[in-house]
Each structure stands twice: as structure tokens, then as C-alpha cells.
Design a binder for this molecule. Structure first.
Ligand code: ADP
Ligand code: MG
Length: 252
């Protein structure tokens, strides 16, 4: 279980990106976070693994208070939290397999010294995870020769190497066309349903939220303005979250 209590992030300069936000996410949920650009979605996600240091508030992953971990303990806890990004963040010139193997390691600096020295069982696991996302035949290709959708699937396979209990996905399909978006989202859905990995996923489009979320929260200026089932976001709710001008585009 993930528990966020009174989380606030104020960036230098005074922007309040997350504003006294509290939420409890149960194990196994597929929580989609929606909201306009700048509403605080990325900051919220990044506070969970402390890529962004919260200004105040507490975050608990099970019984561990993430917000008060020492650097060493934080490295351990981060292994339980996978993350994927809009821009995939693969090492472009490395092979798909190498990219996936690096998921076993905490940091890029530690993998650079370790390349070629992974235990055999890590290779087995890497192939299995590539199989999982349907691209094991690309294992020896350079990452940057793959399409965007394929690269994001590599990123999912890499995150799975950590055997995370929580997966953070920051607009994972924002760079992809609609058909390809589903080819990525369905794997997030699969790891959620089959492996019981809790997913927190920022999405721009409500249509995707409706299709994949078990629960949606909407942010506006760093605060939660909706928390519930995707089907309960009607036209009025939508207008509240996204503003007047967006309504026709999305509902249509
Ligand atoms: P979203 O992901 O919903 O687009 P963000 O979390 O990226 O929103 O941003 C929330 C607010 O915080 C925005 O006003 C943004 O400009 C600001 N912000 C985000 N990151 C930084 C940063 N590193 N420094 C200063 N302001 C930031
Ligand atoms: Mg963002």
C-alpha cells in the first residue's frame, strides 16, 4: 500500500506544484492521474521515489516512510519502485538486451562498470521480460533502431527486472500514436493484473484513463479535484478538470 500524507512540493521560485495532497493507493490498483499540463502530475510521481524531494508531507510504501530514508536505504526502496518515462530514457546506442539488464542495477554509473558481468540468471530474466512485452527477437538490436512503442516496451521490461511492487509511469504513451499507445498500455495492464504490480500512471487523455484505470484522480494546481471511477467523470466533471475549451475535443 502507498500512503501519501499532506504532500507539498514548492519549487525554488515559489511554484507550488503539489499542494497538501493526501491519497491512499491500495495494492493492485491501476491508478491513473489526469490533469492539464502543469497540474503537478509529474511532480507527484517523482516525489514517490524522491526523484523530486518533497518540501513537506510524508510518503509511506507499506510500512517504510520513503520521505525519511537515508540515501542508502532509499536506494534499496527504489528497487521496489519501477519507473517509465514519456521519452523512454533508454541508452540509445546500447542493445535492447543491455538496456533491460541494467534494470537489475540501481544506477547508470554502476551498470557501466558492470556491463558484460551480469549473472546468467539475469540474462534468463531479461529474455523472459522481453518475451513478456513481445520483443525478444529485438534483443541484439540497438535500442534506437526500435520504434517508439517498442522502446517503451523495452523500458517496461527493464523496469520489470527490479521485480517492483509499484510501477510509476509518467505519460508513457504521450509520444506515441493512438494504436501504438494501446500496444504499450496493454502491457502495463497485464503486469498490473497478472503480477499484481500497483500502477500509478499519468495520462493526458481521458479516453485512455477510461480504458485502463481502476481508479482515476484528477489534479488541478497540485490538488485532487476528482477521485473515483473513470466512468463517473461526466461532462461537467471533465469541464471542471480540463476547462471549457477542451470539452468538445475529448468527449467527441
Ligand atoms: P504536469 O506533469 O502535470 O505537467 P509538473 O509536475 O511537471 O506538471 O509541473 C507542476 C508545476 O511545477 C508547473 O507549474 C511546473 O512549471 C512546475 N515545475 C515542475 N518542475 C519544476 C522545476 N524543476 N523547477 C521549477 N518549477 C517546476
Ligand atoms: Mg508531466
Amino acid at each position: 500500500m502507498l500512503r501519501i500524507e499532506h504532500l507539498t512540493k514548492v519549487f525554488p521560485g515559489g511554484v507550488v506544484a503539489v499542494d497538501d495532497l493526501s491519497v491512499i493507493v491500495a495494492d493492485g490498483e491501476f491508478l491513473v492521474i489526469i490533469g492539464l499540463s502543469g497540474s503537478g502530475k509529474s511532480t507527484l510521481l517523482r516525489c514517490v521515489n524522491r526523484l523530486v524531494e518533497p518540501t513537506s508531507g510524508k510518503i509511506f510504501l507499506d510500512d517504510v516512510e520513503v520521505t525519511r530514508l537515508s540515501p542508502a536505504r532509499l536506494r534499496e526502496t527504489r528497487k521496489e519502485i519501477g519507473m517509465i518515462f514519456q521519452q523512454f530514457n533508454l541508452v540509445r546506442r546500447s542493445s535492447v538486451l543491455t538496456n533491460v539488464l541494467t534494470g537489475r542495477l540501481g544506477t547508470v554509473s554502476s551498470w557501466q562498470s558492470a556491463v558484460g558481468r551480469f549473472p546468467l540468471q539475469d540474462y534468463h530474466r531479461a529474455y523472459a521480460n522481453l518475451e513478456r512485452v513481445g520483443i525478444v527477437e529485438k534483443a541484439y538490436q540497438r535500442a534506437d533502431t526500435l520504434s517508439g512503442g517498442q522502446q517503451q516496451r523495452v523500458a517496461i521490461a527493464r523496469a520489470l527486472m527490479q521485480e517492483p511492487k509499484l510501477m510509476l509511469a509518467d505519460e508513457p504513451v504521450a509520444s506515441l500514436d493512438p494504436a501504438t499507445s494501446h500496444s504499450v498500455m496493454k502491457y502495463l495492464e497485464e503486469i498490473n493484473r497478472q503480477d499484481g504490480i500497483t500502477v500509478l500512471c499519468n495520462l493526458h487523455f481521458l479516453s485512455l484513463a477510461r480504458r485502463y484505470a481502476t481508479r482515476v484522480i484528477a489534479l488541478k494546481a497540485g490538488r485532487i479535484v476528482f477521485d473515483g471511477l473513470p466512468r463517473d467523470i461526466d461532462r461537467d466533471r471533465f469541464r471542471e478538470i480540463y476547462g471549457e475549451e477542451a470539452v468538445e475535443v475529448e468527449i467527441a
